[in-house]
Design a protein around this ligand. Structure first.
Ligand SMILES: CC(C)(COP(=O)(O)OP(=O)(O)OC[C@H]1O[C@@H](n2cnc3c(N)ncnc32)[C@H](O)[C@@H]1OP(=O)(O)O)[C@@H](O)C(=O)NCCC(=O)NCCS
Length: 169
């Protein structure tokens, strides 16, 4: 099993992974809407020539006060085919994705998800860095990971995802 950048021929398989993992089309449609937008990353997990997992990152902005211009990615969605879950594929997708965000000079990554899962990778509640979510979600579910230590020090405000997300629910 390995992780690589999504290729044009993966589009249908990526759609299938998201629909199978989430049990609905919302996330697959979101990825289709966002594909090709600048500074987005899309990676797939491949096992025996089959796309079994997918992760997507897109830029977010902080509406508030920041002493410098920050480049922050939003991790969403991440999905693994049901029959392939709990084998470490999601973990590898997230780790490789975070590495790529760091290599591409992003300073932080936010995610909306289960705290027990994402804390493994170093994500902490974004509220501890004075960042809030634009959506009405439990405090601990909106998390941030600093790729550059201290990057969020003088920053506070509400994190806004791209407008394509508003069509997701
Ligand atoms: C979340 C997901 C991508 C994880 O992929 P995966 O390949 O199964 O993950 P890994 O095998 O690397 O890690 C599995 C661990 O994650 C935990 N985990 C997975 N999904 C979780 C969830 N929704 N809440 C809490 N923990 C979760 C499992 O408990 C497991 O822990 P364990 O190893 O101690 O048993 C996959 O379960 C999935 O596609 N889920 C449906 C879509 C989804 O909810 N995506 C995330 C939205 S934030």
């Amino acid at each position: 099993m390995y992780i690589r950048t999504e290729k044009p021929e993966d589009v249908e398989a990526v759609r299938n992974v998201n629909i199978a993992a989430f049990g609905r089309e919302n996330e697959a449609n979101l990825v289709d809407r966002m594909r090709g937008i600048g500074a987005t990353f899309s990676f797939v997990a491949v096992q025996s020539d089959r796309v079994v997992g997918h992760i997507f990152f897109s830029p977010v902005v902080v509406e508030g006060k920041c002493s410098r211009n920050l480049s922050i990615q939003g991790l969403a969605p991440v999905a693994v085919l049901p029959n392939y879950q709990r084998q470490g594929i999601g973990t590898l997708l997230i780790r490789e994705g975070l590495k790529e965000c760091g290599r591409s000079a992003f300073q932080a990554v936010v995610v909306l998800g289960h705290p027990d899962f994402y804390s493994r990778f170093g994500f902490i509640p974004a509220s501890r860095k004075n960042l809030g979510c634009e959506y009405d979600v439990p405090d601990e579910a909106f998390m941030v990971f600093e790729l550059e230590s201290g990057a969020l020090e003088d920053c506070s405000g509400t994190v806004k995802y791209r407008s394509e997300f508003s069509l997701c629910e």
